[in-house]
Design a protein around this ligand. Structure first.
Ligand SMILES: [Zn+2]
Length: 105
């Protein structure tokens, strides 16, 4: 990882952590979406791939934090090449965006 990417990684981690902290202290904070949007903008500048743990916490379409109120999850089985594979589908109820995660056994 180059120096610029390392710096961006730290910025992204800080901004996401800060947004989570703010959401617990002041849930109606109108700037939470902006913090997360900023983090995604920084990552785009240097082609930094945001890790999947962060993608599970936030919605990349509307930049909201996922909570029990605004998400819905369900599992799904799918046949790919004659083998069943399990997926988790995470719906964002704010923007109807669906994230699909494959479960590896
Ligand atoms: Zn969303």
């Amino acid at each position: 990882m180059t120096k610029g990417k390392e710096q961006i990684r730290r910025k992204v981690d800080f901004l996401i952590g800060f947004a989570v902290e703010q959401a617990s202290a002041w849930p109606e904070n109108p700037f939470i979406k902006e913090y997360i949007g900023l983090a995604f903008d920084f990552a785009k500048k240097v082609n930094y791939r945001i890790p999947s743990e962060i993608h599970r916490k936030v919605c990349k379409n509307c930049f909201c934090l996922r909570t029990a109120d605004n998400t819905m999850t369900r599992t799904e089985r799918r046949k790919v090449n004659k083998v069943y594979q399990k997926y988790i589908k995470i719906h964002c109820l704010n923007c109807e965006y669906i994230k699909k995660l494959k479960i590896n056994k």
